[in-house]
Design a protein around this ligand. Structure first.
Ligand code: NAD
Ligand code: WQD
Length: 362
């Protein structure tokens, strides 16, 4: 029998059992995690979330239930707590894969509190990897970042581009975690991992029941844009207009968060169906298109018919001039492609902001 047919048949046998496949999502009430939980549930997986709510709100679970009609199992656990994680996995026997989102992600804070970042991000991962063997969990999908490339020598950047010295402890945790995964997997061929390097995730679920919940003054561009359009912030600062780019502002690859979430479902299926070509695989998740800060502002204003007062200021320290993905490997190997337009994505970000304000008024 042809190999493709064999795999399909194996998967059909695998999924035809009445039991849904159980997946643990760490950091599942966070921004990318919550959108991924929705996609997993809609694909028929049974989802178990652990999150310590350090950067998310328990109400996110209601948003997930509104969209999918199903409340995922949730426990407030810190992933750095090995004993609590072990107890959780014993209680929910049969989890087959982990999607590990739980991490601290504020670049500036990581410079001020490096040990907090190393402990949280690195220890959390080590715990998951150790517990995978004990609990017979087959694979782990890991949230990495385009930050590992720094300013690439060639654009668009492919997965084989060299990683550059990290510009922050946060970025360094992503490089260290990638290395820990590779060393672990090479030492134990039973485990599999897919490392996903996200570019700049933006937008919200089209229902606006879930989205990004920035803590305090946003560091990232899109939440600052939506809050400025909403009048919560007076003015958006555009960090630098003297870069070597067509309009002088920095260029990024902005990827719709639902598109990104869908890639995780494919990655989990790929590991469980044993379709991976190597025990560790790395994929860029981006659109393949770079957009400047000014293009984002103008498009946001146009599609949402709202003004974003802004002013050009000095460059922000540590910013990369331009980076966008070559997503060919993910397109071809995963059969995944970013589909949403930036226009619809920016509409979804604005719809979510308006929804947040409605809730705050109540
Ligand atoms: P987020 O902060 O919204 O979600 C992370 C979740 O993990 C939060 O709900 C937080 O409460 C939880 N968490 C943190 N530490 C924990 C711990 N020790 N135990 C249990 N829960 C913990 O962030 P996000 O944007 O959804 O990012 C998810 C992952 O993707 C992170 O690993 C992040 O580094 C990575 N990533 C994010 C971006 C981005 O721009 N958002 C880009 C590249 C990579
Ligand atoms: C995008 C562009 C800013 C805010 C960060 C992390 C990276 C990854 C994604 C996790 C830049 C400009 C921003 C503002 C602005 N996270 N900007 N005014 O810097 O690409 O990446 O988030 O892994 O590790 O470093 O994203 O959204 O902060 O900035 O002009 O108020 O918008 O200069 O060019 P960035 P961002």
């Amino acid at each position: 029998m042809e190999i493709k047919k064999k795999i399909k048949q194996a998967w059909n046998n695998f999924t035809s059992s009445n039991e849904p496949i159980k997946i643990l999502v760490t950091g599942g009430t966070g921004y990318i995690g919550s959108h991924t939980v929705v996609e997993l549930q809609q694909a028929g997986f049974e989802v178990f979330i652990v999150d310590n709510l350090s950067n998310s709100n328990i109400e996110v679970l209601n948003g997930i239930e509104k969209i999918t009609g199903k409340m995922p199992v949730f426990e407030n656990i810190d992933c750095t707590d090995y004993v609590a994680m072990d107890r959780f996995l014993s209680k929910h026997e049969g989890i087959q894969a982990i999607i590990h989102f739980a991490a601290s992600k504020a670049v500036g804070e990581s410079v001020e509190k490096p040990l907090l970042y190393y402990r949280n991000n690195v220890v959390s991962l080590i715990n998951q990897l150790e517990l995978m063997s004990t609990h017979h969990i087959k694979g782990i999908v890991f949230s990495s970042s385009c930050t590992v490339y720094g300013q690439p020598d060639q654009l668009p950047v492919t997965e084989s581009a060299p990683r550059k010295t990290a510009l922050s402890p946060y970025g360094n945790t992503k490089q260290i975690c990638e290395d820990i995964i590779m060393d672990t997997i090479y030492s134990n061929s039973q485990l599999k991992s897919i490392i996903l390097r996200y570019f700049n995730p933006i937008g919200a679920h089209p229902s606006a029941h879930i989205g990004e919940l920035p803590n305090g003054v946003p560091n990232n561009l899109i939440p600052f844009v939506t809050q400025t359009a909403a009048g919560i912030r007076e003015q958006l600062k555009v960090f630098g207009s003297d870069y070597n780019t067509p309009d002088g502002t920095c260029i990024r690859d902005y990827i719709n968060v639902v598109d990104l979430a869908k890639a995780h479902v494919i990655a989990v299926e790929r590991m469980l169906q044993e379709k991976t070509k190597k025990n560790v695989e790395i994929f860029n998740l981006g659109t393949g298109r770079g957009l400047s800060v000014m293009e984002i502002i103008k498009t946001f204003e146009k599609v949402n018919k709202v003004a974003v007062p802004h002013q050009i200021v000095d460059r922000r320290e540590g910013d990369i001039e331009q980076v966008w993905a070559d997503p060919t490997f993910a397109n071809e190997e995963l059969g995944w492609k970013a589909k949403e337009s930036v226009e619809d994505t920016l509409k979804s970000a604005w719809k979510w902001q308006k929804n947040l304000m409605k809730k705050a008024e109540k």
